[in-house]
Design a protein around this ligand. Structure first.
Ligand code: FPP
Length: 260
């Protein structure tokens, strides 16, 4: 997989949304929102339906949330679709999810491209099937010229796995004489992460009432604000996202400093 050049960090940290003249509310809102989309299974069970029914309902939610981002000043949206731990589910559920991802990409490709969404995938592709990988490549390629919402889909993603893979490549660069051990610091390591072109998330949301981060963006979320909400993912709406963005705007992020 070819890697895009790493951007100037000062550029990605620019707080001005490219959605027209920013209002003060937009300027205070999160620029990068990351979501752990949890609760599909319980949503389906509550309706007496199989778990995959919930995953399909969850997939339909994604479009509405992506569309809501520009008006909220959210330039980057990262969603957790499948974790490195989700392989522990039944073979039927895993196969159903993989089939859903293939269908979703094939169906949404033109829509996302037309809506100026730039799609990227993070995670380890090695365990994914060839057809899915091809579709992922196509979607990234189709949307690579877009500069609207940056949608990142975490698929076979785990934060620890990502750090391990990054460290392996970093160690190789050291072994090859491209990097000195003394030069490895907090600026260097993130350049080896899957998310190297993205700013860190400002706000991480987890639906379904569970208050844990489940191996999601471990390095990147060190200073993120968190929202754990009871809504099950298939019931999550643009209005709820808007409310969470507003409440984020009222938070005092200090990054370890004293209040100003
Ligand atoms: C967690 O709910 C959800 C998942 C493991 C899958 C997330 C996938 C989607 C929302 C659908 C598709 C996404 C895209 C990008 C097409 P759970 O099954 O753990 O729910 P539970 O905790 O109620 O059992």
């Amino acid at each position: 997989m070819s890697r895009e050049p790493a951007p100037d960090r000062a550029l990605v940290a620019d707080p001005t949304p490219e959605t027209g003249a920013p209002t003060s509310a937009l300027a205070r809102g999160p620029r990068h929102v990351a979501i752990i989309m949890d609760g599909n299974g319980r949503w389906a069970q509550a309706r007496g339906r199989p778990r995959l029914f919930g995953h399909h309902a969850g997939a339909r939610r994604v479009g509405e949330i992506v569309q809501a981002c520009p008006a909220l000043g959210v330039k980057y949206l990262t969603i957790f679709a499948f974790s490195t731990e989700n392989w522990k589910r039944t073979q039927a559920e895993v196969a159903g999810l993989m089939s859903l991802f293939r269908r979703y990409i094939a169906k949404e490709m033109q829509v996302l491209a037309a809506k100026n969404v730039r799609v990227r995938f993070i995670g380890d592709r090695v365990r994914l099937d060839a057809k899915l990988i091809l579709l992922m490549d196509q979607l990234e390629h189709e949307t690579e010229g877009n500069d609207g919402t940056h949608l990142t889909i975490a698929l076979n993603y785990g934060g620890r796995d990502e750090v391990a893979r990054a460290t392996k490549r970093l160690a190789q660069d050291v072994a090859d004489g491209m990097l000195l051990p003394a030069d490895v610091d907090e600026e260097t390591l993130p350049k080896y992460l899957d998310t190297y072109v993205l700013p860190d998330p400002d706000l991480v949301i987890r639906t379904s009432g569970e208050a844990r981060i489940s191996n999601f963006l471990l390095w990147q979320s060190a200073y993120a604000e968190y929202e754990f909400i009871d809504t099950l993912w298939p019931d999550f709406t643009a209005e709820e996202l808007s409310r969470l963005c507003q409440s984020y705007g009222a938070r005092d992020r200090r990054f370890g400093a004293v209040p100003s």
